[in-house]
Design a binder for this molecule. Structure first.
Ligand code: C2E
Ligand code: MG
Ligand code: MG
Ligand code: MG
Length: 293
């Protein structure tokens, strides 16, 4: 009898499972503390065109934990989504991004920057997401066309009618949309055609072995022609080598993001890069005198 109870106890109080739950609970309460104690920050990664000119940036969330150092979003975003903490965290990201756009609008070398912000499914699917974002954009008095929202295929396909409607409303304000990690989901051509997208972002998993893996090369070429045929701008993420960049240019993709150009940087580093690297000056038709010789 005691043995049976013991077995049951083992089933319910599996120490390994319990350890996982404790770690999760700690992480969850740490996430709440992080928000209250301002432990989040945004890093910025440049996006460049084929002339090497800066065309925009992506905001990437970082959690600076007092003991554990930097914790990757890949580690805490999934838990933030499960617990609903992604809502206040995501609002903080949008607030911070819009405040940054406002600052950039006031300086000639950054006034044409577009800032891409990742929005998770749960956040985008909030019934008041459009109102919240319009309020933030309005309060910061930014040009809404400087803001680009990155959504993944699964976010859109989860609830395609509601999502498409929200995208249309935000697009009316001037906000742009990029489909992040494109190629990893299940978008059909029918959906792609009716979504108010501006950009397809080729997932880095296809870019990685582009020059060595014929399948990846084929997928990338297909994504680029799909984008071009739908009238969308196409950007590649995870570009790490000049050979990848050359392949992309050869196949009509002229926008890039990746370590070959720069890692994501904290604001000061990003601004220093802009100032030091002449090749990173914003492409602005009004600033032709800044063109690299
Ligand atoms: P993502 O939006 O696809 O972002 C690109 C990821 O690739 C970033 O990882 C970036 O640091 C990394 N990366 C950039 N260039 C290269 C490269 O050349 N090689 C390689 N190997 N990696 C590169 P990160 O910053 O760790 O972010 C991971 C993911 O977390 C993001 O993927 C995005 O899905 C999510 N995320 C980041 N910030 C936010 C946020 O503010 N809100 C939400 N909801 N999700 C976020
Ligand atoms: Mg992204
Ligand atoms: Mg991506
Ligand atoms: Mg990705």
């Amino acid at each position: 009898e005691a043995k049976t109870a013991g077995r049951n106890a083992v089933r319910f109080f599996d120490p390994a499972m319990q350890a996982i739950l404790v770690v999760r609970m700690m992480l969850e309460s740490n996430l709440r503390i992080a928000l209250a104690n301002r432990q989040f920050m945004l890093y910025y990664q440049v996006q460049v065109n084929s002339d090497g000119k800066l065309i925009g940036a992506e905001a990437l969330l970082r959690w600076q934990h007092p003991d554990r150092g930097f914790i990757s979003p890949a580690e805490f975003i999934p838990l933030a989504e499960e617990t609903g903490l992604i809502i206040p965290i995501g609002l903080w990201v949008l607030e911070t991004a819009c405040a940054q756009i406002k600052q950039w609008e006031e300086q000639p070398e950054t006034r044409n920057l577009t800032l891409a912000v990742n929005v998770s499914a749960k956040q985008f699917q909030q019934s008041d997401f459009v109102e919240s974002l319009s309020e933030i954009v309005g309060r910061h008095q930014i040009d809404p066309t400087r803001l680009k929202i990155e959504l993944t295929e699964s976010t859109i396909l989860d609830n395609v009618d509601a999502t498409t409607e929200k995208m249309h409303q935000l697009k009316k304000l001037g906000i742009a949309f990029s489909m992040d990690d494109f190629g990893t989901g299940y978008s059909s051509l029918a959906y792609l055609q009716r979504l108010p997208l501006n950009q397809l972002k080729i997932d880095q998993s296809f870019v990685r072995d582009l020059n060595h893996d014929e399948n990846d090369a084929t997928i990338v070429r297909a994504i680029i022609s799909l984008g071009v045929n739908l009238g969308l701008n196409v950007i590649a993420e995870g570009v790490e080598t000049s050979a990848q960049r050359a392949f992309l240019i050869e196949h009509n993709c002229y926008a890039f993001q990746g370590y070959f150009f720069s890692k994501p940087l904290p604001l000061e580093g990003f601004m220093a890069l802009l100032k030091s690297d002449r090749a990173a000056h914003a492409a602005d038709p009004a600033d032709d005198n800044q063109t690299i010789p």
